[in-house]
Structure formats: structure tokens, C-alpha cells
Design a protein around this ligand. Sequence first.
Ligand code: HEM
Length: 245
Amino acid sequence: MVITHRAEALAVLADTRYIPPPVRQDAPEGTLAWLRSHASRFSTGEVHARRRRLLEESLDALDPDALRDAARKLTLERDGRWEGVPVTVLGHALGVLDTGRLVEAVRAAAPGYLSGEETPEADAAVRDLLTLAADAGLVRSSVALITLLLQAHDATEGLVRNALRQAGPGDAVARLLDRTLRLDPPLKVTRRMDRETGAEVRIDLVQVNRDAGAHLTFGAGVRPCPARRHAMALAEGVVAGVLGR
Ligand code: HEM
């Protein structure tokens, strides 16, 4: 089933009958599949609530205004070559020391983190991320740290890329990003599984965002993006840096 109306999308996202498609729980420690089986993103019920709280605690320690300033400054320092800036800034704020190595590893692991495609390269990248998290002294919450960075990467870079593609000469950054989030969201589809029938439900965000009301690009209901303010700050900083605003 594909959902294309906002009211139906809100109902599904708020109903615990609809869960993220389950991921396998038997993978060897340190692999991409193991990371997914420990992530808030793919868990449900009490486990999800507990893992999500840990993510929120990590996010609470980050100041969106400081992220915005750092993203703008680094983009300017790099003469507008902005790719990698969001993860560099976030990683630095979370205490990761070697942000160059971090960006490489996040790039290699992020696509499989959401799709579930397991490759030796993605597994090696996850092992590298675990080492970087341990070096940052974050053993207890290393999974939270890594999953934050993996969630952040594709979505934030996608938003910046889509916004820059349609930027007009006089566009204010906040308005440009808002328009992009509604009309050309970085994630076009969100999936759920009906716990009772096993049927897949796909929410088509582009269609849903055409209905009146606030866009649903950051999700809603049981598991909306916990980092909306951080994502916006990073994207605003990078886009302002590229456009010289
Ligand atoms: C424009 C950028 C972003 C967009 C559009 C976005 C969107 C979303 C959406 C729609 C979800 C929910 C997925 C679902 O319902 O199945 C989500 C979850 C999540 N996002 Fe974002 N996100 C963005 C950036 C970020 C950033 C920068 C971070 C971290 C700093 C982040 C961290 C997370 C995490 C950890 C989750 C999982 C929440 C949970 O397990 O309950 N996101 N995001």
C-alpha cells in the first residue's frame, strides 16, 4: 500500500501497529547488520523508547547555533566545497578526533545502514567507526553516536544538494530550505510494516507534502527525526557559506 495523503500518513506514523520493517538480529558483533540490530531507528516498543532517549541526550548536548556557525565557517574555509562539512562539524561537536577518517567511514556505511545491503566495505567502515567512537571515549553510547552520524549524513547532504540546485539570486536561506523540504525532500519515501498482516506500507512524502499543512519531511508520530533543529542548523550554515550569505 502506498500512502499519498497527509491525514493517512499522520495516522500511520502515530500508530504502533505500523513498525519499521524488522532487521535481522543474529549478525556478528561489529558488522553493519549488528549495528542495525542495535539502532533505535529499527527497533520498537520499550527498546525503541530507551534507545531514542540516549540519542536525545547526545543531541541535547549540541547547540544548533554553534553547529550553524561552524558549518558556515568550514564551508567558507573550503571555498564552497561543502561535501563532508555536515558530518565533520557534527563529529567534531560529538568529540571525534579524526574527522577526515570519520567522513570516509560514514560515506561508506550510510547507504547500507538504511537499505540493509551488507557489503564487506560497509562492515569495514562500521569497524572503523567503532574504533573512532572508542577513541572519543564514548564506549557506552558508541552505537548512539555512530547511528546519529549515519542518519545525519545522506539526509542533510541531500537537503543541501537539492536546495543549491534550485537557489535563485535573491533567495533567503531559510525560505529556500523550507521550500526544498516540502517540494524536493531528501528522503522521498518512509516505510512501515503492518505488525498484524505483515504488509508493507510506503509513505510517499512528495505526494503527502502537497496537501495543506506542515510538511512531513522530518516524519511525525512515534519516531519523528529527533534532530530536526540540528539538521536545519547544519544545512543553513552550509548553504549560507556556499551562497556567500
Ligand atoms: C535534512 C535532514 C534530515 C531529514 C530530512 C531527516 C529526516 C528523518 C526522518 C523522516 C526520520 C524518521 C524515519 C521514520 O519515520 O522511519 C528520521 C529519523 C532520525 N534522524 Fe533524521 N533527518 C535529517 C537529519 C538528521 C540529522 C542531522 C541527524 C543527527 C544529528 C538525524 C538523526 C536521526 C535519528 C537518530 C533518527 C532515528 C530516530 C529514532 O530512532 O527514533 N537526522 N530523520
